[in-house]
Design a protein around this ligand. Sequence first.
Ligand code: FRU
Length: 516
Amino acid sequence: MKLTKIIFFMFMLLLGACGDNEETDSSADVMYHHNFRPYYHYTPQANWMNDPNGMVYYDGKYHLFYQYYPYGTTWGPMHWAHTVSTDLFHWEDQGIKLYPDELGYVFSGSAVADLNNTAGFKTGNETPLVAIFTHHQNITGRQVQSLAYSNDKGDTWTKYENNPVLDNPGIADFRDPKVIWHEASQKWIMVLAVFDHIRIYSSPNLKAWELESEFGKNVGYHGGVWECPDLFPLKDEQGTVKWVMLVSLGGNENSEPNGGSATQYFIGEFDGSSFVSENEEILWADYGIDNYAGVTWSNIPEIDGRRLFIGWMSNWAYANVVPESGWRSGMTVPREIKLKKRQDNSYVLHFSPVDELNTLVDPQKTIAPETPANQIHVDYHEIIAGGSYQVEMEIIPSETDQFTISLGNELEDLTIRYSKTSGEFTIDRSNSGHVTFNNLFMHEISCDYQATGETLPLTLLIDQNSVELFINQGEKVMTALFFPRYNYKFFRLDGYTQNKFIKSFTINALKKSLIR
Ligand code: FRU
């Protein structure tokens, strides 16, 4: 063996031995992508990531910033790291753009394109991009809102010299500003999470903020502190415009809908000053367990443009201890939000993967068994072993009372069940691989659902360590992480019936030209 080869071999051995939280296994079957890094979900190259921040679309690029700790794989003093993409899947990392300073850590917030230069930050020909974020003073815990701006399309950022622009009124949880331009009243609107409610502020120039109203003390779910709000208008197919408020909730193990962190939403009216919710039930952006702090991109034409969402694909209950090594946490697949009117005239949101996902389909790698069928077993197939694929299927609910989707290997499996009798989908991770690091991995994740239509379309996205199930075109979504010890080799869909309840079925491998 050449010396370089020997050194390379020893280096790989050492790498294997150093992975934090990893167990070693000499079997050739051991997870090929050993540190669980997804292919088509955004992950940081190294170290810790949490909430998506500062999402703004400008000059053909989607900007994504995120809560980042560059010196370790657990949460620490927060920075904003930056990445950009033209298609929401191939991301080019831009490094850290905001560092902690004397006002504190740089917590979550948003970014806008100040098209009319209302803040007066403009120096050249570019529209200034302005970030509005929370400064969190570590020792005192004091949280205030601050600005930073960029005059070169987000490449370099300057913190505003008169920060903070919104001081703390004596409340411990006072954070995560999301700012939008309110066309009708020609002013900026900020929604801010304040312990158990949302405060709505307005400003002509992003610098002077006035309290308009409060929302949420007596509505919605209150099993934990409210965080990371968003507010935006959305038009349904009939042309009706409603306003949507997203609110993330830092719950405990017993919180709705499935324990720990989750994001609820409200649909109602906003008049430029106060928001009134019209939905009577509690609605969740995701009925799984690993989609938190998600918000939407700004500066995509409101109303007629798409409303695009991304969430942090983890849960505070275990984010710091999941067995990824060298980096921690990914984002959900970017999702388009649509407003839908139900039979009873109430409104809900549908969340579906953005269309750009289809550009990742590898036409050479498709499995399309004959349908209709009463079961599909794909065993020992390279697409399944590759671990990054999409499944599109249509179920005929009248032909079966239940069905099970299972993926796994000889020792482990992840099982998704639907039962008409109980009217729910469940995801069972208890035998999916590494599970002992947190109780919530032993709990079934469940989502109420009545399949009422003639067919039930389902989209399932698998990407190494995550499953995202889109039920009936995003009417309900379930996102969950799992950590197999060994490559999964089979994918099975069973209805335990002779009836051909599977109307159509396709698996597509998803590929990316730039794989990190
Ligand atoms: C939500 C959150 C935010 C806060 C940030 C700190 O996950 O707790 O409220 O700004 O994370 O990293």
